[in-house]
Design a protein around this ligand. Sequence first.
Ligand code: BEZ
Ligand code: FE
Length: 288
Amino acid sequence: MRDVTKDNLTDAFKSYMGPDVNPRLREVMCSLVTHLHAFAKDVNLTHAEWEQGISFLERTGDISDAERHEFVLLSDVLGLSSLVDMLNSRPEGTSSSVLGPFHISGSPPLAYGGDLKGHFGGPVLLSQGLVKNTDGNPIEGATLDIWQTAPNGLYSSQDPEQETYSFHGLQTTGADGRYAFTTVKPVEYTVPTDGPVGDILNACGRHPWRPSHLHFIVKADGYRTLVTEVFPEDDPYLDRDTVFGVREDLIMRYQNMPAGSFPDGLVLSGSVTEEYLKVDFDLTLVKE
Ligand code: BEZ
Ligand code: FE
């Protein structure tokens, strides 16, 4: 097209797509560019603003590496990650929620009743529940990849003081479908703010806090993998999660358990003699 105008540019883009393009790619690209052009027109984008946007994306790329996933973080704080989760979530099962940039693969096995707290200080939390299907029946052989921050609010991959797999474990359910582990009560923490995403949050007058949570990836043969996180009902950031990860069905309640009531048969049995916290949270998987 030689007479490109602001009114026919979007159609020109569409007409330049080759005839044999994958139909889904055609749909996604044409929609993306339609919205991109509409956005530029809507705000009457200036050259200076366009340059600022390009420079922001360049800085986002520059700071990213195998451990730092700034584009994922950008998607998270814009709400795109949560929107994609919700578009692909099935209402019959436990809601999914953001994976976040701090999951690491290869977590060590954590036996039923095992402990993630180790030598770290802070309130003991006994987290337990049932992995079940949508009929309420237990799922045997489900694996739970569990991770959280240390009490300083840092994941092991952010903190040179922690072992690689501190506060990470992989538990497999037995015939009763149950999981149980001890850990330290999770704390609220901020997403990384020392890069371009931090600048955007700041410029938009937004805080960088996430409510405290436990992360789970639950897998079982024949079921859709569930990537989720659970949040205590009394967390001050529950209604203000900077990555929009909270869902009604992902809210858990801590029970204050009296001294002397810690159950037998767990790794910390006998050593937790004082008060502790307990949470029961079931996870429902949907068939593939
Ligand atoms: C997380 O929960 O680990 C997380 C999620 C999104 C952005 C940063 C951290
Ligand atoms: Fe997290």
